[in-house]
Design a protein around this ligand. Structure first.
Ligand code: AMP
Ligand code: MG
Length: 688
């Protein structure tokens, strides 16, 4: 059994939390195939119940199966259901609680309900914590519980709270009371299966979850500025949606018919791995054994085969969507054009015309764009019609006004005229339901026109890939700062940040890091980006700390690529984040970024693998190239021929700036003289 979408809910037993997203409210996270949408904030339970209803109805309409997790116990310790309802059936208790607790924006009723339930027991009853200091419920934990304090599942975990405690930081008692009541209503409305009390045969299943089960993975995945509750539901939804059907089936296979169970309990490692790992495997940069120098094409193939999208989704209005990557296929919501209309200014006729002169009486009124002619065309008549006007009923053909002579009331025109001439059929451009923009496409201005014309006001796109850029080296100073002896300005960072932003990603400036293992470790851990690009320190020397750190994780691969300019690339994973360790030399750093990182980032961003734009042009230079490695020369076009920079010196940043593209010379030997065809890759196709 598999689910198309995983939704995770952080419930709240309290009152309304206001319009501004905040913690301790209700948060809803949703993910499909490891990709989450932006978590949604619900200020109170009325809003949350409505929102969940809408999500369930949306899934039903799309034919999707939905697994929804809630962070409160679905059952109470054994014996409680019987004490309240006379039956051990936990769902009888659900119905009972729903009767006692209507959904309100307020949170006060739950204390009365806890007090009423306590009254069913001799002595104080199990519920405790004097939430509103009104003495309805005992202030402190009972010295002896009339029912056991813990469920079986809770005995197997550390740090859970008891369902009897209805207040205090971290407590879950209020969430369970209000949550069960709300879920009972949703269950009645939508026929959800409740795990693990019922077989999961409905298209929507409710399950119990507990984010702290993988608290470390959740903390590691929380993004800067992200509210913890939002991060929890996002990361859990992502993690559960990455599980194989088999892994999930194992987690769902429990026997807890009265008390319920925490989904994933006993399977924390699997869940943690799914949460941390993302879709990239830790060994995604590993090189085949025995490889010494990797040809460029092999390196590109490995990147292409092993990387996959890591970005979530968000829905944007068309006005914000240019340049973003479509997250799913977009279909036309209506046909274009929506109705048959005129392609020209002229006169509408019932049919085509036979050869010869025709005199046709004109009706009063006209059809214009946005102001249709409201009547059917009477037989044997013609009607004035303007470009873009919907064809009135009975009109199939339009005669161009330049071909007509007209008086107030009569149209004279020379046939023949083809049936249907100058008329656009409804849907002749695009028919409703047709895929107009494919998943993975970078949305162009024309795509926006197509979506707007076919009824779309917004589009679901990938979130921008967050790419951290970090320079490493004791010699580096911030651009513009004075230099002490031995120091140089950090040239790579402004260059790489700009290049990455121009590729459509979110470039995150992580500054300069000294050649010090621990400082660099802190910078890696603090990056919190989807990808990290470093420059410098990537070789195997004693001050090459990027490669040393990645070696510690066991994921380091030193890619010696048969390319000039180029030094080894240090590739590895840092806690699920891919790291591209570029050489420090600015020329090599840029070439490696454009040739290797550019397509890799495109894939991670969800835009698929793209080949660079390449033109074959005559060389305007001479060069003898030996076999064995591919070479990239700083180049520009002059009169459609490729000139190259005078010096191939790899330290010459002026040559990078002079260039407007790269000439790519093949791995084999080549004698280039003026006129030899060469491959030219314009920067416009690599960066812009
Ligand atoms: P590394 O890869 O750290 O051995 O550095 C190789 C060369 O690139 C050295 O000459 C460094 O000083 C230089 N370099 C490293 N990082 C930068 C940078 N961000 N800007 C300019 N030059 C750099
Ligand atoms: Mg260095």
């Amino acid at each position: 059994m598999s689910w198309d979408r995983i939704v995770m809910v952080d419930w709240s037993g309290g009152g309304d939390r206001g319009a501004k997203p905040t913690k301790d409210a209700i948060w809803i996270g949703s993910a499909r195939g490891g990709i989450a949408t932006e978590p949604e904030y619900c200020r109170n339970r009325v809003v949350a119940e409505d929102r969940l209803s809408a999500i369930i109805e949306g899934a039903a309409a799309a034919g999707e199966r939905l697994l929804i997790g809630f962070d409160f116990p679905f059952g109470y310790p054994a014996g409680f259901a019987r004490a309240v309802t006379g039956s051990d059936d936990p769902l009888a208790l659900w119905a009972n609680l729903a009767d006692r607790l209507p959904t309100t924006k307020d949170g006060r009723e739950r204390v009365q309900v806890a007090a009423d339930l306590n009254a069913l027991f001799p002595g104080d009853g199990p519920f405790w914590f004097d939430l509103f200091k009104d003495g309805q419920v005992p202030r402190t934990k009972p010295t002896s519980f009339p029912i056991t304090e813990w469920r079986q599942a809770e005995r197997q975990t550390k740090g859970t709270f008891s369902c009897w405690q209805i207040g205090g930081a971290g407590s879950v008692g209020s969430q369970a009371l209000t949550g069960i009541a709300s879920l009972e209503r949703l269950r009645e409305r939508h026929g959800a299966s409740i795990w693990p009390f019922e077989p999961l045969n409905a298209p929507v299943a409710f399950v119990e979850i507990w984010p702290s089960l993988i608290a470390d993975a959740v903390a590691a995945g929380q993004q800067e500025g992200e509210i913890k509750d939002a991060a929890q539901v996002r990361i859990l939804a992502e993690a559960f949606s990455r599980l194989s059907p088999d892994e999930l089936a194992k987690m769902l296979d429990v026997d807890a018919p009265e008390e319920g169970w925490i989904l994933g309990l006993g399977h924390e490692e699997t869940l943690r791995a799914a949460a941390r790992q993302g879709r990239l495997r830790n060994d995604c940069f590993a090189l085949p054994p025995g490889v010494d120098w990797t040809p460029v094409d092999d390196a590109l193939t490995m990147l292409r085969d092993r990387l996959s999208p890591v970005t979530g989704e968000e829905t944007l209005s068309l006005g914000q969507a240019a340049g973003r990557i479509a997250a799913a296929d977009v279909t036309a919501l209506r046909s274009h054009p929506p109705a048959a209309n005129s392609a020209v200014d002229g006169y509408g006729l019932a049919e085509g015309l036979a050869p010869g002169l025709h005199h046709i009486p004109l009706v009063e009124g006209r059809a214009a764009a946005g102001a249709p002619y409201e009547h059917a065309l009477p037989e044997g008549k013609a009607v004035r019609i303007l470009t873009g006007a919907t064809l009135p009923e009975g009109v199939t053909t339009v005669v161009l006004e330049e071909d007509c002579r007209v008086t107030e009331t009569l149209l004279s025109v020379e046939g023949p005229l083809k049936h249907g001439a100058n008329a656009r059929k409804a849907g002749e451009d695009v028919s409703v339901g047709h895929a107009i923009v494919k998943a993975g496409r970078q949305i162009t201005p024309a795509d926006l026109a197509l979506m707007a014309a076919t009824g779309r006001g917004d589009v679901t796109v990938r979130k921008k890939l967050r790419v951290g850029v970090l320079s490493t080296g004791d010699e580096l100073r911030e651009a513009g700062d004075p230099l002490a002896p031995g120091q140089i300005g950090d040239a790579n960072r402004p260059m790489l940040l700009a290049a990455i932003a121009a590729m459509g990603h979110e470039a995150v400036d992580l500054g300069i890091c000294r050649d010090d293992r621990e400082t660099l470790r802190a910078a890696f851990t603090g990056a919190k980006t989807d990808v990290l690009i470093t420059s410098g320190g990537a070789s195997a020397g004693e001050e090459d700390h990027v490669s040393a750190l990645l070696t510690e994780t066991g994921t380091m691969a030193l890619w010696r690529i048969a390319v000039k300019p180029g030094r080894p690339l240090a590739l590895g994973m840092w806690d699920g984040m891919p790291v591209f360790g570029l050489p420090g030399n600015p020329v090599a750093a840029l070439v490696c970024t454009l040739i290797f990182a550019r397509p890799a980032l495109g894939l991670l961003a969800g835009g698929g693998w793209t080949e660079p734009l390449a033109l074959t042009v005559p060389a305007a230079f001479s060069k003898r190239k030996k076999a064995g490695r591919r070479e990239y020369l700083r180049a520009r076009l002059v009169d459609s021929a490729a000139e190259v920079f005078a010096s191939e010196g790899s330290g010459r940043i002026s040559g990078l700036s002079w260039a407007e593209g790269l000439v790519e010379l093949p791995d084999d030997a080549l004698d280039v003289s003026p006129g030899t065809p060469v491959r030219y890759l314009p920067f416009a196709g690599l960066i812009g």
